[in-house]
Design a protein around this ligand. Structure first.
Ligand code: SAM
Ligand code: SF4
Length: 340
């Protein structure tokens, strides 16, 4: 048995891997071995969660944001982006559609806004979604960093899960991805606050950008394990040309990025056998069947977009984001076809 297989067997039995062992799995280029990594992760998923794919309807509620993350297409200083905010009725209509589609839960995602008006708006909207779906729809929020008090209000209103990526567990890399006033320590504190407020904690990372090593990625995966998150949404960095990072970044090879994305999912599944791992839209941007490949590498959640089509183009986090021209019904039938 070669070293790669020994590591996979250890992962299968113990779900514990060291930095070095994870680096070895991530750095492997022999596709036969890489396929074994994916198969091992998929086996662990089947044993621990079964074959079911959980669907969470994604509603992009607005692209107004107070932050200026260097990688993101809807950052405050990208003046080429047309800004939108959904009305409450529009959000409720999207939520109702997700409920009718029998998606178990929805994700309300958008820019970071900390005004009292916005906080109260989300609080009220969450309550109304619970009411219209007869308490059946689970609600995940992904609305950036907020105060502990805000998290408590949104939790009390009926949201039960929150997705806030740490983006990178390395404070030095964090400071390269963000302006100086976006503090790593505040990001970390927000994750602790979310748990204190009662939320099931979702987090994640971005990877595959210039200057990051396999060792950094291994530490990020071990960070998520240590944080004991309930859900992970992570994916490769993808260029948006009108951002500071996109202007400097070297050209990406889509198929290499897709394989890296699947390797990251697979290793995470090995070390966190029973959590929810999303196969994110960015994988679909790299290849039409990218999200399905993520599922076969150990992911178990897909977040089909249920946002109204007229706003999808304005929520352009990176260039060539897929699905911006199709409506929710088309998104659902494309998904059904691909999952059959
Ligand atoms: N504003 C909230 C936040 O930052 O948590 C939620 C929305 S934000 C657009 C959701 C995620 O998009 C971020 O956590 C980030 O990892 C990801 N993202 C933004 N720009 C990206 C890019 N160019 N490539 C890949 N992921 C990106
Ligand atoms: Fe705003 Fe989130 Fe984009 Fe950062 S990643 S600019 S917080 S929307």
């Amino acid at each position: 048995m070669n070293n790669f297989e020994k590591i996979l067997n250890k992962g299968l039995e113990t779900h514990i891997l060291s930095d070095e062992e994870i680096i070895c799995l991530l750095a492997e280029q022999d596709m036969q071995k890489v396929q074994k990594l994916f198969d091992t992760a998929n086996l662990i998923k089947l044993k621990n969660i079964g074959n079911k794919v959980s669907l969470r309807g994604l509603i992009e509620i607005g692209n107004v944001c107070r932050k200026n993350c260097y990688y993101c297409g809807i950052r405050r200083e990208n003046h080429k982006t047309e800004r939108f905010e959904l009305s409450q009725n529009e959000i409720l209509a999207d939520a109702e559609l997700a409920w009718k589609f029998k998606y178990g839960s929805i994700v309300l995602q958008g820019g970071e806004i900390q005004t009292e008006k916005h906080i109260a708006f989300i609080e009220d909207t969450v309550k109304k979604i619970k009411f219209l779906s007869r308490n059946e729809l689970g609600i995940t929020l992904s609305l950036g960093e907020q105060s502990l008090d805000t998290y408590k209000r949104w939790f009390a209103a009926g949201a039960h899960r929150y997705l806030l990526r740490i983006e990178t567990s390395n404070p030095e890399i964090y400071s390269l991805l963000h302006p100086a006033d976006h503090l790593f320590s505040e990001r970390l504190q927000a994750l602790y606050d979310l748990r204190e407020a009662g939320f099931q904690l979702g987090s994640g990372i971005m990877f595959g950008f210039d200057g990051q090593s396999y060792s950094d990625m291994a530490r990020d995966l071990l960070f998520l394990k240590k944080l004991d998150v309930d859900m992970v949404g992570m994916g490769p960095y993808s260029v948006h040309k009108d951002t500071p990072m996109g202007k400097k970044h070297s050209v990406q090879n889509d198929s290499e990025m897709l394989i890296l994305g699947c390797k990251m999912i697979a290793v995470l599944r090995i070390i966190m056998p029973d959590i929810n791992i999303a196969s994110t839209t960015v994988l679909q941007a790299l290849a039409p069947d990218g999200r399905e490949k993520g599922l076969l590498a150990g992911a178990n959640v897909i977040m089909p977009n249920v946002s109204e089509v007229r706003f999808r183009k304005a929520y352009q986090l990176y260039d060539n984001k897929p699905g911006t021209d199709e409506n929710a019904v088309a998104t659902r039938s494309a998904l059904e076809q691909s999952l059959l």
